[in-house]
Design a protein around this ligand. Structure first.
Ligand SMILES: NC(=O)C1=CN([C@@H]2O[C@H](COP(=O)(O)OP(=O)(O)OC[C@H]3O[C@@H](n4cnc5c(N)ncnc54)[C@H](O)[C@@H]3O)[C@@H](O)[C@H]2O)[C@@H](O)CC1
Ligand SMILES: Nc1ncnc2c1ncn2[C@@H]1O[C@H](COP(=O)(O)OP(=O)(O)OP(=O)(O)O)[C@@H](O)[C@H]1O
Ligand SMILES: [Mg+2]
Length: 303
């Protein structure tokens, strides 16, 4: 059954979770970077960055525009916020930090300003050269739909589209309308067309493919679809991808690190949604879900 499959994959995810020991120094369990945050959107990069921390990363950096920075900083003292994304030497400023980052999440609240998208593209190129896992979400996916070559073939990339973003990507790569009747097949095709980049299509069931196989995450969430849940997912995935790709030996022969990390992030997001909904019902918001990350993580991956 699919629930049996979920259980099996969850137990594989447990193997990549780093032990909490007194032998480690700050930073070892993850220094995650978020590229996003502009005039319109400050919530999305905050949700992504705080989620990476709550999952267990040690440091979370947000690279956003100057005016978004003060806002994001005042949501939370735990984030390191760089007001550089719209500066003339943005790439130089971000490149200074790249050697210290373990993974990058590109897109939450990035917006679609041409200059910002160009910078995001250059940061992706630099990160590929450094072999850093790259999660692409939200407006980062807008960029990939315009210029798929920016990510094509990069084995440490994971794309996290909602249905709308998926449709745009699919139609950009296949030059034909998406036939929505077999989503699993479409996800497999899109991943194949992108050179086996891992694609996670979010929905009632999350579908994840590396172009070779499709994993389905069928955990139950709730009927509450407030904005920001996708940001929680992509930020968590930033931390999980670092753990999955750096695990030695590789966690599984049949499931790639990217698939495993993506599955873990899906399961966690749905579990947070379900738990928050039990308390808050219709009033559930993403902040309520973020408060559940600790208990949800424990239930799924540490019990
Ligand atoms: N608090 C915040 O700052 C938030 C900012 N956000 C940012 O807002 C920007 C735009 O993101 P959007 O997600 O709106 O992207 P899009 O502008 O591509 O819009 C997606 C649209 O598709 C619709 N949609 C989603 N799933 C669908 C489905 N299964 N079937 C049919 N329609 C569906 C949604 O209602 C939405 O209007 C991004 O930068 C994103 O990160 C969001 O992350 C939400 C929270
Ligand atoms: N119909 C659904 N039923 C249950 N869970 C869903 C459904 N649609 C999405 N989800 C879950 O909600 C989470 C976020 O997915 P969603 O499609 O809302 O992303 P998004 O549109 O990018 O969100 P955001 O508002 O953060 O940008 C995922 O964990 C996904 O599994
Ligand atoms: Mg989104």
């Amino acid at each position: 059954t699919s629930l049996g499959m979920d259980e099996e994959t969850l137990s594989l995810v447990r193997t990549i979770v780093p032990a909490l020991t007194s032998k480690k120094h700050k930073g070892q369990d993850g220094r995650i970077g978020i590229i996003g945050g502009c005039q319109e959107y400050t919530g999305a990069p905050y949700f992504a960055a705080i989620s990476a921390l709550k999952v267990g990363a040690d440091l979370s950096h947000v690279f956003c525009t100057r005016e978004a920075a003060v806002v994001i900083k005042s949501y939370s003292p735990e984030l390191i916020v760089h007001p550089v994304l719209d500066s003339p030497n943005a790439l130089e400023e971000i490149d200074k930090w790249l050697p210290r980052l373990h993974s990058l999440v590109v897109g939450p609240g990035l917006g679609r300003d041409e200059g910002l998208l160009r910078t995001a593209k250059e940061v992706i190129e630099k990160s590929k050269a450094r072999d850093i896992p790259i999660i692409i979400d939200a407006d980062g996916l807008w960029l990939v739909a315009q210029q798929p070559s920016v990510i094509q073939g990069y084995q440490k990339a994971i794309l996290t589209p909602n249905f709308m973003e998926f449709t745009r990507l699919y139609e950009a790569l296949h030059q034909e309308p998406l036939d929505g009747s077999d989503r699993g097949r479409s996800v497999l095709q899109l991943s194949g067309a992108l050179g086996n980049v891992t694609v996670l299509l979010k929905g009632e069931q999350d579908l994840i493919s590396d172009g070779r196989r499709v994993l389905t995450c069928s955990l139950r969430g709730s009927g509450r679809r407030c904005g920001g849940q996708g940001d929680l997912l992509s930020g968590s995935l930033g931390a999980l991808a670092h753990w999955a790709f750096s695990a030695t030996p590789p966690p599984s022969r049949s499931v790639s690190p990217a698939l495993l990390a993506a599955f873990g992030a899906c399961a966690l997001t749905k579990q947070c949604n379900s738990q928050a909904f039990q308390t808050h019902g219709r009033a559930t918001t993403t902040s309520d879900m973020i408060q559940e990350i600790g208990p949800a993580f424990k239930k799924l991956f540490e019990s």
